[in-house]
Design a protein around this ligand. Structure first.
Ligand code: FPP
Length: 239
């Protein structure tokens, strides 16, 4: 199912989404927050499929931030359970769906089972082209600090010289190494913040903020965001 005409309005190569508003969606219905996340996971499935139909090459989603550990134990466990279930399904359907998985974030704090599922999904999908990047225990500042540390370590080990450092080389130390920057970043739910998402990679991204809550986000909303992206005149600092 595709609504937008990809020949007239080609989608961006890389779309990133802050999946926000699950809690408010649940509250409006008198449901626990975990029900909102379950609906958010369904919304992710729907939008990931639609992105594939449109020919989007990379979809990056903010699934869990370095700050999200501050939420109640029940809510954190609920989100981890949804991810666990999703990855089990993805691994079972790997050959059919042919989606490449990458995980941006520090996986060491996840349970050993979930971490192993992430590693399996990455290694078993390496050869596929359409790519989903899950930001999991991810923070943009944390990513930059880790990259700086890794580069410094390479200098200390004699593998690199300080003068070699360039934007392109630094990018290779980020979780997103070899992934082109997102042209479009969407934040639903009415919030207008970047919330530590893809700080380095978003330097020239178009942000589209929308009022719909993530569980209610439909392919039509994605069309609207792509249309808005096309209305903007991207100059990359030129004239
Ligand atoms: C932000 O909404 C959402 C999160 C912190 C979690 C996102 C996780 C999922 C959508 C489930 C992940 C699983 C898969 C399979 C993708 P919020 O809780 O901050 O909403 P609120 O601002 O309305 O409270």
């Amino acid at each position: 199912m595709a609504f937008i005409d990809s020949n007239v309005l080609p989608p961006p190569r890389h779309i990133a989404i802050i999946m926000d508003g699950n809690g408010r969606w649940a509250k409006k219905r008198g449901l626990p927050r975990t029900a909102g996340h379950a609906a958010g996971a369904e919304s992710f499935r729907r939008i990931a499929n639609y992105c594939r139909t449109l020919g989007v090459e990379y979809l990056t989603v903010y699934a869990f931030s370095t700050e999200n550990w501050r939420r109640s134990q029940e809510e954190v466990a609920g989100i981890m359970k949804l991810l666990h279930r999703y990855l089990l399904e993805a691994l079972a359907d790997m050959e059919k769906n042919r989606v490449r998985f990458r995980f941006f974030g520090d996986l060491s704090r996840l349970s050993p089972e979930l971490r192993q599922l992430c590693l399996d999904a990455e290694s078993r999908s390496e050869e596929y082209d359409v790519q989903v990047n899950f930001c999991l225990n991810y923070g943009g500042r944390d990513e930059i600090v880790r990259a700086a540390k890794a580069f410094s370590q390479d200098v200390a080990d004699g593998k690199r010289r300080p003068g070699e450092l360039s934007e392109a080389l630094f990018s290779q130390y980020l979780y997103s190494a070899d992934v082109p920057d997102p042209e479009l970043i969407i934040r639903p739910s009415g919030e207008k913040r970047t919330s530590n998402f893809l700080l380095w990679q978003s330097a020239y991204s178009e942000y589209v903020f929308m009022n719909v809550l993530w569980p209610d986000f439909t392919p039509k909303d994605l069309d609207q965001a792509i249309e808005e992206y096309h209305r903007r005149n991207r100059r990359f600092g030129g004239t």
